[in-house]
Design a protein. Structure first.
Length: 124
């Protein structure tokens, strides 16, 4: 008489192994999502800083091109770059040498947060 064949163990993964694999995939995806979000935030910050730099440079170039010694005081300005409107303030102060003035340009975002400040000295 022949012996009945032994049942072979089922091939495949157990439920615990599948769950562990799903947890590992979920953690990896969460880390990738966080890295992508960080890159997006960094790119937006770089864009904002570039636009603010352009606005500040435009204001200082305007002062130089006027070819007039700027008066001491503060003035507000508005600047549009790539469809984004930024505001800011120019503060002109005297220096110890009366032939020079210090100009400080501060650029603000739409919420009024300071993005950038630049200072330069303007000759008479």
């Amino acid at each position: 008489m022949r012996k009945p064949p032994r049942p072979q163990p089922a091939a495949g993964f157990t439920l615990v192994e599948v769950l562990v694999a799903l947890v590992i995939v979920a953690v990896a995806l969460a880390a990738g999502l966080r890295a992508a979000q960080s890159l997006t935030t960094s790119a937006e910050r770089a864009r904002s800083m570039t636009l603010a730099q352009w606005c500040a440079d435009n204001q200082l170039t305007g002062i130089r091109l006027a070819r007039q010694f700027p008066p001491v005081g503060r003035s507000d300005f508005s600047c549009e770059q790539l469809g984004v409107t930024l505001g800011g303030q120019i503060a002109v102060q005297p220096t110890p040498n009366p032939n020079f003035r210090r100009a400080d340009v501060t650029v603000l975002d739409a919420d009024g947060h300071r993005l950038l400040s630049i200072s330069t000295v303007i000759p008479r």
